[in-house]
Design a protein around this ligand. Structure first.
Ligand code: PLP
Length: 455
């Protein structure tokens, strides 16, 4: 990326601390200022256009110029720009969106709680589960099981569930009781010669041993992304979720599906848990819920969880949890319109169809000398770059080559993201065949140029 020196860039440099950015490197390079969006493309302050193959942060399902979302927000702003839902208050958009979510959700998820972000949603899940188990007279049942490389957010508690070193290091996390199990990624964590099914069996055995070692009476919940996203786009091995769901049932552990990326069509099914055939007790959504036009997250949960919490609120006299913007009317109005558009345009079906084209196109890259593994499902994919293809040897240091590819991506007009040396793709659900083909062509050039740079 070239250094930019217009006055906006100077103002950014003078004031901002950027998330997920090396601040000192940023001072040298300056920001890439994105000015406007149109469909799957965004345009920077120098007029260059990019295909946004990451949907921003895995989230802009409808692309960057959906007028109907703007109109829905404007209409709600004019009618009732803000109200809350504390102390028995309610308003139409959040009621209607809750109703819609329950209608769309897998069987048994009949209750909703809104937050502003995925991190807050997972924090809320932790608090709900603790509140519930205290109410049920089992105060020891508080630990969470999560996975290394899982991503569940960055607040003190949700960041503790996240299993990525950069989210813990120097933040003094984890700060809540959590046990991280092996990441279910066969290519990296499968043993030599071990089949996917045997790998899944081994991980399920590991989970059971962990539960028994820790004592099942201390384990409250298992949380996982059906397909892992930010940690490097990793679909589960065959049989994994069946086994995990059975264990949760056996030991009375709540199963939490973090569908902040998977939810609303990303994998070509409405929810990721439907793709892998399991039903969670709690399901967390955000991102594509509003296409990120406004911040919003929704937790869906079962009547069993609701009842235990509701009883306790009656004993205490309140549920002492909630945000000023819980169920914000403008955000929930946008969410409702967004879900209506996803249904009307069959964007879940489009994700399945375009996803097939994307995955088939990417499969050709498997033969590239720089590519160790190509993986994904629907409209989410990861291409892992390796130093030695035969031995699966990662680059040292991890991430340097991936970052170079990410940078070349800007020069080639394609915004991707690197999780270490895995290049992630997660284009808007509205992509067309032409868009998918353009993404594939640009990605191929990026990988070829990265290969030349590595030599
Ligand atoms: N959970 C998952 C699976 C995510 O991918 C993310 C964000 O990428 C989060 C939670 C956190 O969401 P937020 O960034 O809105 O706090």
């Amino acid at each position: 990326m070239t250094t930019r020196s217009n006055s906006l860039a100077q103002a950014d440099l003078a004031t901002a601390l950027h998330p997920y950015t090396d601040a000192r490197a940023h001072e040298q390079r300056g920001p890439l200022i994105i000015e406007r969006g149109e469909g799957v493309r965004v345009f920077d302050s120098e007029g260059r256009d990019y295909i946004e193959a990451m949907s921003g942060l895995w989230s802009v399902a409808l692309g960057f110029s959906e007028e109907r979302l703007v109109k829905a927000a404007t209409a709600q702003m004019e009618k009732l720009p803000y109200y809350h839902s504390f102390t028995h208050k309610a308003h139409e958009p959040s009621i209607r969106l809750g109703e819609k979510l329950v209608e769309m959700a897998p069987e048994g998820l009949t209750r909703v709680f809104f937050t502003n972000s995925g991190s807050e949603a997972n924090d809320t899940v932790i608090k709900m589960v603790w509140f519930m188990n205290n109410a049920l007279g089992r105060p020891k049942k508080k630990k969470f099981l999560a996975r290394t490389k899982g991503y569940h957010g960055i607040t003190i508690a949700s960041g503790s569930l996240t299993g990525l070193p950069n989210n813990h290091r120097d933040f003094d996390l984890p700060a809540i009781p959590v046990v991280h199990l092996t990441c279910p990624h066969h290519y990296r964590f499968g043993h030599e010669g071990e089949s996917e099914q045997d790998f899944a069996k081994r991980l399920i055995a590991e989970a059971e041993e962990t539960i028994l070692r820790e004592d099942p009476d201390t384990i409250a919940a298992f949380i996982g992304e059906p397909l892992m996203g930010a940690g490097g786009v990793m679909p589960p091995p065959e049989g994994y979720w069946d086994g995990i769901a059975a264990l949760c049932k056996k030991y009375d552990i709540l199963l939490v599906a973090d569908e902040v990326i998977n939810g609303f069509g990303r994998l070509g099914t409405t929810f990721g848990c439907q793709k892998y055939g399991f039903t969670p007790d709690i399901l967390v959504t955000s991102k594509q819920l509003t296409s990120s036009y406004l911040p919003l997250a929704a937790i869906l949960f079962s009547e069993k969880v609701y009842d235990a919490i509701a009883d306790n609120t009656h004993t205490i006299g309140t549920f002492g949890h909630g945000y000023t913007a819980t169920g914000h009317p403008v955000a929930t109005a946008v969410g409702l319109e967004n879900l209506a558009i996803i249904e009307e345009r069959d964007l879940v079906g489009n994700a399945a169809r375009m996803g097939e084209r994307l995955q088939e196109g990417l499969a050709i890259l498997k033969d590239h000398p720089l590519v160790g593994e190509v993986r994904g499902e629907g409209l989410i994919a990861g291409v892992e770059l390796v130093a030695d293809k035969a031995k699966k040897t990662p680059f040292d240091p991890i991430g340097k080559v991936g970052t170079r590819a990410f940078e070349i991506g800007h020069e080639e007009g394609l915004i991707i993201r690197n999780a270490g040396d895995t290049l992630a793709l997660c284009p808007p659900l509205i992509v067309t065949e032409e868009d998918v083909d353009a993404i594939l062509a640009r990605l191929t050039r990026i990988i070829d140029r990265t290969w030349e740079w590595v030599q």
